[in-house]
Design a protein around this ligand. Sequence first.
Ligand code: BGP
Length: 468
Amino acid sequence: MLKFDFKKNFLWGSAFSGPQTEGAFFEDGKASSNWDYWFKKEKYRFFNEQPCRNDFYHRYEEDILIAKNLNFNSLRTSIQWSRLIPDGKTVNPKGVEFYNNVINTMLANNIKPIINLFHFDMPTWAQENGGWLSLEVVDAFTFFAKTCFELFGDRVEMFTTFNEPIVVVEGSYWYDWHIPNEISMQDGMQAQWNILIAHLRAVKAYRELKLDRQIGCLLNISPSIARSKNPADQEAAYYHDLFTLNCFLDPMVKNTYPEDLIKLAKKHNFMWTINPGDEALIADESLRVDFLGLNYYQPARVKCLDYLPNFANGAITPHYFYQPYDMPGRKINPYRGWEIFPKGIYLALMNLKNNYNNIPVYISENGMGVENEERFIKDGVIDDQYRINFVKEHLAWMQKAISEGANCFGYHSWAYIDNWSWMNAYKNRYGFVQLDLDNNGQRVLKKSAEFIQTTIANQAINYDEELI
Ligand code: BGP
């Protein structure tokens, strides 16, 4: 038996997001978002052409009660900008009512709401005005953020500005997972910078309101693991950190921006525009995050380049500086294609402990998406032992980091009920609770639901593997 020695009030719960659960795309005054627009335009890029069908907009009470019954004391969702301020200027009363209902229902059930502002979604008008390349959009986001703090900050004790901001950059400008589906190193870096500035301006607005609660950001941290000790592989891991982590983590926690990234951009001709006042925001210590959320799914194994890239006309991306490394024999979740490496959660937490002032952090996403789980149904219940094993192993490594001093104050899975996964739609399921789309979206507990319930009740798991 592995008994946890977590702090009192340790957060147990789960994350989800507005665009992945709400549905009601155009109801009650909601405007089109970038995802609504893209789905309409290129439906074929979404698995089985399925839109979000969780219907949290109408079923939030049922879903929050399920969370309570799993023994959760906290939940994270996001506010859809396109629902709250559809035209960027006027607050939608129906949007306010909905998010008030969600927050109040959580509180009435002793569930602490953690409210995130940007989970890959922006209104279509903002996308068409240049998305994160546009300073007008940065202004509009600051207004949206301030409005959220004013409307909900009396009850929400933890806000976060962005979920996985680097994924927005990668998806939109480097690897073609999000609209506007551009491939441009420089635009990607410009978006990275502007998102950072939008985050800092949101934190500034938060501090000015003197709400005296907490604001943070949710970062996906995939520890870089070099293929070998060869200096070229080591350098590849360094570059991976620069592009995917340090460009957000350093300014948010240490008030610095990686100089090496700027040097690299100048040398390779992808330097972006820095506007007056930007650097002062980064240097302002009052704008440091109060806490971080750490989304952990897999490590980043990297190696140096095998071949010379096309120097003359190549459309370069960060993969010009490092390449993903498929380590022979790595354990993989074949449905999502992601490596399963529970020790990575420990490495990420220890990096924050040792190199980032041991900033308070909670695990804000961790989970395993599996396709066609219906084949595992026994007596009407999905027997997802693989998910139980996955969570157990990650909890064990998280506990080890905590016992070695990591300042970790919670564990949230992704996500407790199956939900819509961007281009993968409903292909891979993550929940402890099945969303039965053939039966009116009925919520059915999987075997893992009982596991998480008893783990939280006992503050312990059955686990006796040696952690090396
Ligand atoms: C994270 C996102 C989530 C969620 C999760 C699972 O990167 O923050 O929104 O989607 O990954 O990934 P996917 O849905 O692509 O399988």
